[in-house]
Design a protein around this ligand. Sequence first.
Ligand code: SAH
Length: 340
Amino acid sequence: MNIYSMTIHDLEDYFLKMGEKKFKAIQVYDWLYKKRVHSFDEMSNIKKIVIDKLKEDFKINKPFILHVQKGKGVYKYLFELFDGQKVEAVVMKHDYGNSLCVSTEVGCNMGCAFCESGRLKKQRDLEVYEMVCQILQIEEDLKLKISRVVLMGIGEPFDNYDNVMKFIDIINSDYGLAIGSRHITVSTCGIVPKIREFTKEKRQVNLAISLHAPDDEIRNRIMKINKVYPIKDVMDAVRDYIKVTNRKVTFEYIMLKDVNDSDECALKLSHLLKGMLAYVNLIPYNETSHIEFKKTDKDKIMHFYDILKKNKINVTVRKEFGGEVSAACGQLRSNYEEGK
Ligand code: SAH
């Protein structure tokens, strides 16, 4: 077990079982997440016998940074995990703070036709510490604070549900990274039973749904998952989520040239979302050399935006980032593997 996989409650239980006071957990967290030590030996207010036990029970090493690509306001990191697998994370500098896009799995089985990550089938879930350490390593490398986290890197967060929830607990904890719930966004391609499970947790983190199409006909073509959980089921689950949590949901909509960017699509989308506590984030598609989809022209994106606005749908266009650093999900890993 790696120590960075332990929530504060896990650690409290661990110490209680050992016959120690549970506040030791807070002390350890302080060393890990505030003072940022690299070894148990540096935890100088903890007695030797406990340190020795910690050393016996936990690893404290972090996956290492294999490669960094720098662009305007964006840094893309490639990590090598202890079994040699590779995942990436992207830092984006905004005027309101630094956000980090975190990977949740090695590869992905959701099979979205436009997405680079899915070209590598899922190899395994990421362990909790492998997600936590993406943040720690990058903060240390760039000497900055990550203030927002989006789970939009490689993988489907709701396909690695339990680990992702623990990850959120750790980064959200005041003793841990203290990143506010409302600064954390989980993005899913629409795994309905997990949206329902997530609803029950009543967490204050943001939920984003990768919709990308206004009807099943188009969505089936670009997102395999729609054949299992069609739009109606996703929308029902999201409506229930909103009812229970009263939180606004984001619908992500990648603009793919001649696939989902017609006026008719904009009207259908408006109809689908009418009256919902939601907004649409139109995403200029990040083209990749392996996949034939093209991005919608800027003018056409703005035209699509106007139609949604006219129909009283809250909508934003995502700022384009990282075209020059192969920032499309999964691109850095696959380019690296191919020696580019
Ligand atoms: N599996 C989750 C989270 C990872 S993908 C999900 O589907 O939501 C994060 C977002 O990036 C999704 O909306 C996904 O559809 C989108 N995406 C994937 N490839 C992209 C590309 N080349 N350009 C722009 N967005 C992309």
